[in-house]
Design a protein around this ligand. Sequence first.
Ligand code: ADP
Ligand code: ADP
Ligand code: ZN
Length: 225
Amino acid sequence: MRIVLLGPPGAGKGTQAGWIRDRYRIPQLSTGDMLRAAVANGTEVGRQAKAIMEAGKLVSDDVINAIVAERIDQPDCAGGFILDGFPRTTQQAAALEQMLAERGLALDVALEFKVDPAALVERISGRFSCASCGTGYHDQFRRPKVDGVCDVCGGTEFVRRKDDQPETVQARLEAYEAQTAPLLPYFRERGLLRTVDGMAPIEEVTAAVAAVLEAVVKDDGAANA
Ligand code: ADP
Ligand code: ADP
Ligand code: ZN
């Protein structure tokens, strides 16, 4: 299954991608995570991306498209993948379509997390993650079961993203509205768009995601039968 996750920063894409990854055993390809790793490792891409990310703007399409094209050719992507944070512009969406067509592949679904913009700043400002395994948490909405200890790996160190400060969040939300929101009609026209209510509690969103993906799997089975 090849899935695109759509929604503004803080919509819950990463949170649900973690669940989808475990459920369907397909990798979560987060372009944000890949870029943050590049910045941390001081690679050429990281040097180019750092200031842009800190300003809450989008990294250039060419750089991102190249990263994704290389990533989907890795063996772990053979059975499908989750694109979390890509595409983010119509140019990236066209590049993805071409990338997949060249490989004889197609997207199964573009899953939109619909959220009230007013909730996003609260979501993002409470976000933190485990420094060892990357599991995401929230000060209010998803605390570790034991304070200060990661549920998944037992790690005790947590990190907060530099671009999750209120000043940067506003720029990121604007970039979403201007550059990424046009992807909703783009995928709708292709019959690929499915929408879930991202304002519901995390477990309820997961249930809605599961229902959408089960229907996709069924359709796929029917198409291949
Ligand atoms: P995105 O990847 O779309 O930017 P995240 O999955 O990182 O969003 O979620 C942003 C923050 O909101 C995280 O701290 C996460 O724990 C929390 N969160 C995710 N989904 C929900 C939800 N349905 N209700 C409340 N908080 C949520
Ligand atoms: P969020 O989870 O809050 O939606 P991400 O982790 O996906 O944020 O992205 C963090 C930053 O990385 C973005 O603000 C942007 O600068 C850069 N970035 C990530 N994915 C892309 C992309 N597909 N195109 C351009 N820039 C990207
Ligand atoms: Zn952990």
